[in-house]
Ligand binder design. Structure first.
Ligand code: ARG
Length: 562
């Protein structure tokens, strides 16, 4: 039972009765007025005015004339182009009862599959701030689709094949050893890569050696393949730790190297379809018709490129997973790359090209600092997490020194703060973190939402065994506002899924927390009995359930106690 559905049905009936056309998306026209004096739900008649060719106030009045008020709605008022509906308190009690454990789950993804490519670091480099966006946005988008009923396949498309691997091999042979790698791990790989960069500036022939080493690798040189595998193992060891910390799991770890033998067929097909042009020795697909620079398929020396591999990989993914949507989460800097090769798959006549989506995001910086990887001066993600956890712990020590699992909670809150900070702005915007900003328990932060969740959990613990009694109850304004807020959940998740925008979920949480905290502040629970107690406990439980679902979706931990 939901006001919107009830009112929507009634308005539909009224339009039919008045012999006016019912727009297909009528349900989407309704709004929740900011001020309750304009009712609990309103129909703005401006869009209707266009199709029905009459002034909005006339339409509002006409609908009202033909309207049969549905049960639970006390009155309808036509005011300046709006038709405002006022619900009786009863309807809110019914709505609260209607929040079951699957509340907000839709079936928009039923029978559909999402393949999502995210995180995908280039091996031999530690996780740095530049990986934060793709990793946490990708994970959240995957969870949101899951919540909406999609079957999901999370792919970590490791950057494990390219000239950089040739550089690493040359550097390893010159300046490192298996022992050093085993003991120092990925740090050692990074050290020699940076060293390679510096040395190659003095001695450019190193670059030729690196290219030769990569060719050796491509032609299956056993020694080189072994070294490369070692690089990969060592990198994965470190990545897995970070993913574990973030609670992220991948279904598939097929990196770029998997597609080496799948590219020739694609190149041949492009040639057969007459899509390849030779330009200064290189093979390209001309995209000038779409105002894009050409897609580079083969270099002059015949070696393949990043787009070639992505085309082959998408082709493979469709054949293997039969996706409806195949999403790629990367920084906005790669937008052109994706637009280009998406277009190429379309030109190749791939029906599934329409399911390809790029999910770009803005830059993330810390206190104004971006990563600067070429100088070796990078902000490591694990350092960021450690610092966040230490700061969270200090705050918790101060606020609740008696907490039992202080370390566990600090880890959850510290990492949650970073995740929430990365997800709470619309993803395309640049985000600059500050510790004060991300870790405050009062602002629009992770700690604030986790704390509110814990507050609801605490109420439920304290009331366990005495849940009040059934009976009629007329909710007050704070309670009504909270119920209304909770009912925004299904639409917000659906929109988050449609726009690949975790920030909608984050924003929804902030609004829910603020409505809940107002209710919590103004309405006693523990001191109440009977129907009032029951109603408020139920409302707290519904809030906790929905906040919990949101935390899960964003990849943050549920904190039962803070
Ligand atoms: N490894 C790439 C990078 O670090 C990201 C890969 C994104 N996925 C893709 N299919 N191109 O920039």
């Amino acid at each position: 039972m939901d006001i919107k559905t009830t009112v929507f049905e009634a308005v539909k009936e009224a339009l039919i009765k008045a012999e006016m056309a019912v727009p297909e998306d009528l349900c989407g026209y309704f709004e929740t007025p900011a001020d309750t004096k304009n009712g609990d739900i309103a129909l703005p008649c401006f869009r209707l005015a266009k199709t029905l060719r009459a002034a909005p106030p006339v339409i509002a009045a006409k609908i009202k004339e033909n309207l049969t008020l549905p049960a639970g709605i006390e009155k309808a008022e036509a005011v300046g182009g709006y038709l405002n509906f006022f619900a009786g308190a009863d309807i809110y009690s019914q709505m609260l009862e209607g929040i079951g454990k699957d509340f907000g789950k839709t079936d928009i993804g039923k029978g559909k599959r999402l393949v999502i490519d995210f995180s995908s670091p280039n091996i031999a480099k530690r996780f740095h701030l530049g990986h934060l966006g793709t990793t946490v946005i990708g994970n959240a988008v995957r969870n949101i689709y899951k919540f909406c009923g999609y079957d999901t396949v999370a792919i970590n498309y490791l950057g494990d094949w390219g000239t950089q691997n040739g550089k690493q091999i040359v550097a390893y042979k010159k300046w490192s050893s298996r022992e050093r790698l085993e003991s120092e791990g990925i740090k050692e790989l990074e050290r020699i890569y940076v060293l390679f960069g510096k040395e190659a500036e003095k001695d450019p022939s190193l670059n030729d050696q690196a290219r030769a080493a990569f060719r050796e690798l491509e032609s299956g040189n056993k020694e080189y393949l072994e070294i490369w595998q070692l690089f990969k193992d060592i990198s994965l060891r470190e990545y897995t730790q970070t993913y574990k910390r973030l609670g992220i799991e991948f279904d598939v770890w097929d990196g770029e190297s998997l597609y080496t033998d799948k590219m020739p067929a694609i190149v041949q097909e492009l040639r057969d379809k007459d899509l390849l042009k030779i330009d200064d020795g290189a093979s390209i697909v001309d995209l000038s018709e779409w105002n894009m620079p050409p897609a580079l398929i083969l270099k002059r020396d015949g070696s393949t490129l990043y787009p070639t591999r992505d085309i082959a990989a998408a082709n493979y993914r469709f054949n293997t997973y039969n996706f409806d949507v195949c999403a790629y989460v990367t920084s906005a800097g790669q937008s052109l790359h994706f637009a280009q090769w998406f277009k190429v798959t379309e030109m190749m006549g791939r029906e599934w090209a329409k399911g390809l989506v790029h999910v770009p995001y803005g830059t993330m910086s810390f206190g104004g600092e971006k990563l600067a990887s070429r100088t070796g001066n990078i902000i490591l993600l694990n350092d960021v997490f450690d610092e966040a956890v230490a700061k969270a712990k200090a705050i918790i020590e101060e606020k609740n020194a008696n907490l039992t699992d202080k370390d566990g909670v600090s880890e959850a809150v510290g990492i949650g703060a970073v995740i929430f900070g990365a997800l709470s702005n619309s993803r395309i915007k640049d985000t600059d973190f500050t510790w004060e900003g991300a870790l405050s328990f009062e602002g629009n932060t992770g700690p604030y939402v986790q704390y509110t969740y814990a507050r609801a959990a605490s109420v439920l613990r304290k009331t366990e065994g005495d849940e009040g009694e059934d009976g009629a109850y007329a909710p007050n304004e704070d309670e009504i506002n909270l119920i209304k807020q909770l009912y925004a959940f299904p639409e917000r998740v659906k929109a988050a899924c449609a726009d690949n925008e975790p920030s909608y979920v984050a924003r929804f949480m902030l609004d829910t927390c603020s409505a809940f905290n107002k209710f919590y502040h103004n309405c006693s629970i523990l001191r109440e009995s009977g129907a009032t107690r029951r109603f408020r406990i139920k409302l707290t439980a519904a809030t906790k359930q929905i906040l919990g679902d949101c935390l899960d979706m964003l990849g943050m931990r549920r904190t039962e106690e803070i």
